[in-house]
Ligand binder design. Structure first.
Ligand code: ZN
Length: 157
């Protein structure tokens, strides 16, 4: 078995869609980035790659590449899953933490779990997503950014 850890953070900015875990969340601002800036999915991709020591998201999907401008991160997640399968591994489970002061994410968590488990072709119960605030401290607590942590466990197919 192999374990992987992923982390990501994006700034919140006006005139951007707020997309997390493949869900578009109604809010006054959204995450800034070259792709759709889906912070949760990016942390999961890095955890998947990290589990097999396959470098990181920027190595596989560089933000200097025009083809990834406003890219749907769920498609990048599917591509990463193919890479994992090609190496002879499958995802056993994922645990994650989104750190976000506002808006409240709990109403959207189950849809995110559904999106991610479908993209990875694993059971809904194998994807855990927890939402936390940063107790009003630092840039996350001030509502200027959103971060995410993820761990994954892989096993041989
Ligand atoms: Zn990112």
């Amino acid at each position: 078995m192999r374990i992987g850890l992923g982390y990501d953070i994006h700034q919140l900015s006006k005139n951007r869609k707020f997309i997390i875990g493949g869900e578009t969340i109604p809010f006054e601002s959204g995450l800034l980035g070259h792709s759709d800036a889906d912070v949760l999915v990016h942390s999961i991709i890095d955890a998947l790659l990290g589990a097999l020591a396959l470098r990181d998201i920027g190595f596989h999907f560089p933000d200097t590449d025009e083809k990834y401008k406003d890219a749907n991160s769920m498609l990048l997640l599917k591509k990463t899953n193919e890479l994992i399968k090609d190496k002879g591994y499958k995802v056993i489970n994922i645990d994650s933490n989104i750190v976000c002061q506002k808006p409240k994410l709990s109403p959207f968590i189950d849809n995110m779990r559904k999106n991610i488990s479908t993209a990875l072709d694993i059971d809904f119960d194998c994807v855990s997503i927890k939402a936390k605030t940063n107790e009003k401290m630092d840039s996350i607590g001030d509502g200027k950014s959103v971060a995410s942590w993820a761990v994954v466990l892989l096993d041989k197919i």
